[in-house]
Design a protein around this ligand. Structure first.
Ligand code: PEP
Length: 254
């Protein structure tokens, strides 16, 4: 059984006082030792929250990172800077970055590589738009996004990474993929990795993201290839996030 992974992507929400209140409400997470847990705060707070959570089981990830090592890239930050600030890794390829910052597969692959080179954990997000799903292109799109990393960096690049399937039409919309829809895509993604390396494919954690909440988490986690969740909106509510993490823990402990 793969160890579940749950991350809370706070996106561009909350000020210091809101984050403090949220983290105080998340203290029961310390008891959930069967799950890998992460929060993904806005960039200005990363160093401070990393220092605050040092020694706890809750890891801190960034929402993005530059694929460049250093230099004239105003407004960006490198993987080495994240590492220096105690941050454990970063999301790459989130659909909001692909859509609003026009980050394509090559940029995402460079970000993924930069994180690995700094010894940090990449969380690679892939997902199709509604138009792509309706055109029957879901598997072609998510495979292309995955292969952009897999073909250039090899299956070993995923040894400490997490893959997150996030259908764009389900992010922040209240629409969730059914457990069966998500399972089908997760199984296909695992099969793509298995072409390169069967045992690494079996070990890879594939989290689902897209309007996950306490009410639908257990149904998703009941699926054999859904190993956790990347949670946006519901991660801003401590009780909702705790309930989602408890459902992931129950996947292992029963
Ligand atoms: C996300 O931001 O990655 C996400 C899945 O958001 P939400 O849970 O709000 O759909």
């Amino acid at each position: 059984m793969r160890r579940p992974w749950v991350g809370g992507n706070w996106k561009m929400n909350g000020l210091r006082a809101d984050h403090e209140a949220l983290l105080a409400g998340l203290q029961p997470l310390a008891q959930m030792t069967a799950v890998d847990l992460a929060v993904v705060p806005p960039a200005p707070y990363l160093a401070e929250i990393s220092a605050q959570l040092a020694g706890s089981s809750l890891r801190v990830l960034a929402q993005t990172v530059s694929g460049h090592a250093a230099g004239a890239y105003t407004g960006e930050w490198s993987a080495a800077m994240l590492q220096d600030c105690g941050v454990a890794g970063a999301l790459v390829g989130h659909s909001e970055r692909r859509q609003y910052q026009h980050e394509g597969d090559a940029v995402v692959a460079a970000q993924f590589r930069a994180l690995r080179e700094a010894g940090l954990q990449p969380v690679l997000c892939v997902g199709e738009t509604l138009a792509e799903r309706e055109a029957g292109e879901t598997l072609a799109v998510v495979s292309r996004q995955l292969l952009a990393v897999l073909e250039s960096q090899g299956p070993e690049a995923f040894d400490h990474a997490v893959l997150a399937y996030e259908p764009v039409w389900a992010i922040g919309t209240g629409l969730t993929a059914t457990p069966e829809q998500a399972q089908a895509v997760h199984a296909s993604l695992r099969a793509v990795v298995a072409v390169f390396d069967a045992s690494r494919a079996e070990a890879l954690r594939i989290a689902y993201g897209g309007s996950v909440k306490a009410a639908n988490a257990a149904g998703l986690f009941a699926m054999p290839d859904i190993d956790g969740a990347l949670v946006g909106g519901a991660s801003l509510d401590a009780n909702e996030f705790l309930a989602i993490c408890a459902a992931a823990q129950a996947r292992v402990t029963g």
